[in-house]
Every structure is written in structure tokens, then in C-alpha cells.
Design a protein around this ligand. Structure first.
Ligand code: 13P
Ligand code: SF4
Length: 383
């Protein structure tokens, strides 16, 4: 739903790590428009701008925003699509780290725009480059220069991707984490995996890394591990997590199975190890969509991921194929930062472009972008 507001001007605080330079304001007149007026003006503005603008949307965007997309996908797809795009302006309806990756992968004369600059990711914020560098120094002190390779989940700042690029490391997404972790382990190395401990642990489990060689680096407690521990570690996990996916539980799986014995449970690998082990399937948002779309008509699904994607799947597949698709957690909240990009933000960006103004551009500093691209390209080559 669109919000109306009596405030004269709405200003959005720019996140500290943001590379945008100007505080942007949306005139309150935009918020006095009806939802239909906003929608119609958005489509009209897109038509005026033609091929010069391309809108990418992550699966977690709400329907009112998602409807404007030219391409949608999971984090890996969106990075791949952005890299191939020739449009002058790329609007990224997603979160900050995704727009940064798109900026890194596109050419200097293209502008990547985040319609609402407050769209961050709480998991990405759990690892900052200074903390990771401190951890890295301790690993070198305990184990020497060559034992560890850093892997960053794409849900991280550009400076952490650059850290990986500089230190022989790589980026992964939830679609390719097994391939990427295998690439590092095959080199006989151990891995420092950040920021999501759950994706790291679930992936290490799938590859059969023994439990006793997987350890957690407690960032609030100087790591909390001895030099001996570090020497015996194959996968060292940063203790970050996603506040949306850690709300799914084994009890919810038991409850839904007793209510709907025929149900299949599918969850995102940002869920805890216990939840992933108890589910029937796990996978990235694209894999979740693929598995449910290819399932038998009339099948029943409980899905452990963000609610907007789950609703959209049900709305599409229930009328067409009688598939019953519900959220594993009946009380789950949406990802609040994915939710904050509303159609007014999109309209404001598009109408500014028509007036020749680029607002909310995400620009990664050149040196950071150069090294981050090294780590992103390593990943894209493997995918
Ligand atoms: P994927 O779309 O890559 O599965 O990631 C989910 C997510 O948390 C995005 O922030
Ligand atoms: Fe970040 Fe979790 Fe939201 Fe994805 S769902 S953007 S990981 S907080």
C-alpha cells in the first residue's frame, strides 16, 4: 500500500557506507497521489525513457514495486543481468549491496540507481571491513599467510568484496555457494566465510566438511578461538545472520506437517542448520521457484523465505495448477529493507531522469570497485 504523509518533505538518511553524495528529498506532493496515479505515471515515465532505463527487481520486492521490473531474479541472476545491460540507467529495486555489485559490473558511463537509499541489509551490516581485517591479521599470526581464503557472501559491502579480491578470495551467492566453497577447498585451503554463518555452515555440511573442522568466529569476543583451534579449522564462519530467515524453526516444520501431512517443506539456506536439515529441500530463491514450478499440480508447499515471494508464488500457481503454497512461519515479517522501496520512490527517480537529473546514484569508489570486481568476476567465471 502507498503511504500518504502530511510532512512537507520526506528525507532519507543515507547509510554510512553509502557511496551516494547528495541527501535526496521527495516532495510530499508525490505522496498525495493515489496508488493508481503513481502506477500510471511510472509506466508512462518508463515509456518516455525507453531503452535508456532498465529496472531490475529482486524476488523479495513487494508486488506494487515488482510490477515495474524488466528483469527479476535472485542475487546471482541480477548480477549477471546487470553485467550484460547496456541501458544508460539501471534502477535496482533491491538492497544497497545489490546496487553496488551492479555498479561494479557495469561500465563507467552507466548509472546504477537505488530508488530508496535506506534499503540496506542488516546481515551485510554485521561485517565491516575493519573487523574482518582484524580477524584476518589474527589468522595470519596463528597460521601464516597461506592457510585461509576469504569468501564473502554477495550480501556484503563493496569494501569486503574488494578485500576478497585483494587476498585471493571470491564472492558467492546462495545459488553457487557449493561450487565456490569447493573451488577454495580444492586448493587445499581453509576458508574464512562471511557474513552469513548459516549459509556457510549449510554449504560446508553439504560438502561433507567434518563438524569438528567448522568453527564460529565470535566477532564480539575477539574471535574467542585459540591459535590451535584456528590451525584445526577448515571453515571459519563469521557470526552474522539474516533476521528474516532465522525466524523459521523446526517447531514450525513439525506444526505444518501435522496440519498438512502431504506438505513439502522448502527453505532458504540462510535458515539455521537444524531447519535446513529438517526441511525436504533447500535452495536460493531461484531454486525455490524452480522446484515449486516444476512440482506436480495440486502439491502442497511450506516455504521458508521472505513473504512477498511466497505470496507471489501462491497467487500465480494456486489458480493455475491448484498448488497450495504458504509461508512456513505464519507470523513471519517481510524483509523491512526490501519492503521500503515503494512505487513513489520509483516514480520520483524516473521523473527526475526525464528532467535530466540522476538521483540516488550508487557509485563505488574506483579503487574499491577494481578489487571488488576481481572477486565478483572470479565468481561469475565459476557460475
Ligand atoms: P537469493 O535471492 O540469492 O537467494 O538471496 C536471498 C537474499 O537474502 C537476498 O538478500
Ligand atoms: Fe538482508 Fe535477510 Fe533482507 Fe536478504 S532477507 S536483504 S539477507 S535482511
Amino acid at each position: 500500500m502507498l503511504q500518504t504523509s502530511a510532512i512537507d518533505k520526506l528525507s532519507f538518511p543515507i547509510p554510512a557506507e553509502s557511496n551516494s553524495s547528495v541527501l535526496q528529498e521527495i516532495s510530499s506532493t508525490y505522496y498525495q497521489l493515489t496508488p493508481n496515479e503513481v502506477r500510471d505515471r511510472c509506466f508512462a515515465a518508463k515509456e518516455t525513457l525507453g531503452d535508456s532505463v532498465f529496472i531490475l527487481a529482486h524476488h523479495y520486492q513487494r508486488d506494487e514495486t515488482f510490477q515495474f521490473q524488466d528483469a527479476s531474479g535472485d542475487s546471482l541472476n541480477l548480477a549477471q543481468v546487470a553485467k550484460k545491460q547496456s541501458a544508460q540507467y539501471i534502477l535496482f529495486c533491491g538492497v544497497h549491496f545489490m546496487a553496488e555489485s551492479a555498479d561494479i559490473l557495469t561500465s563507467d558511463d552507466q548509472a546504477v540507481i537505488l530508488p530508496n537509499l535506506t534499503a540496506g541489509c542488516s546481515m551485510a551490516d554485521m561485517a565491516d571491513v575493519d573487523m574482518v581485517e582484524d580477524c584476518w591479521d589474527e589468522l595470519i599470526e596463528a597460521c601464516g599467510e597461506n592457510k585461509f581464503i576469504p569468501i564473502t557472501y554477495i550480501n556484503s559491502s563493496a569494501s569486503l568484496k574488494a578485500f576478497c579480491g585483494k587476498n585471493g578470495g571470491i564472492v558467492c551467492t546462495s545459488s553457487n555457494s557449493e561450487t565456490v566453497l569447493q573451488w577454495a577447498l580444492k586448493q587445499g585451503k581453509s576458508v574464512l566465510f562471511f557474513p552469513d554463518q548459516h549459509l556457510g555452515r549449510n554449504t560446508a555440511n553439504k560438502l561433507g566438511v567434518p563438524k569438528e573442522n567448522i568453527r564460529l568466529w565470535d566477532r564480539q569476543n575477539d574471535g574467542g578461538l585459540t591459535a590451535e583451534d584456528l590451525k584445526n579449522t577448515k571453515v571459519l564462519l563469521w557470526n552474522g545472520y539474516c533476521s528474516v530467515h532465522t525466524r523459521f524453526s523446526v517447531d514450525q516444520i513439525k506444526a505444518i506437517r501435522s496440519r498438512r501431512p502431504e506438505v513439502k517443506v522448502i527453505v532458504h539456506p540462510e535458515c539455521s542448520e537444524e531447519v535446513v536439515n529438517a526441511a525436504d529441500f533447500d535452495g536460493s530463491t531461484n531454486k525455490i521457484i524452480q522446484i515449486i514450478e516444476n512440482a506436480e499440480s495440486g502439491s502442497s508447499w511450506a516455504v521458508g523465505t521472505e513473504i512477498n515471494l511466497v505470496h507471489r508464488l501462491h497467487q500465480k500457481l494456486y489458480p493455475r495448477e491448484g498448488k497450495h503454497i504458504e509461508c512456513l512461519n505464519p507470523h513471519v515479517c517481510p524483509c523491512s529493507t526490501m519492503y521500503c522501496t515503494d512505487p513513489v520512490n520509483v516514480l520520483w527517480v524516473l521523473e527526475n531522469l526525464i528532467e535530466g537529473r540522476v538521483v540516488n546514484q550508487i557509485k563505488v569508489p574506483p579503487e574499491t570497485a577494481r578489487w571488488a570486481k576481481v572477486a565478483l568476476d572470479r565468481m561469475l567465471k565459476l557460475s
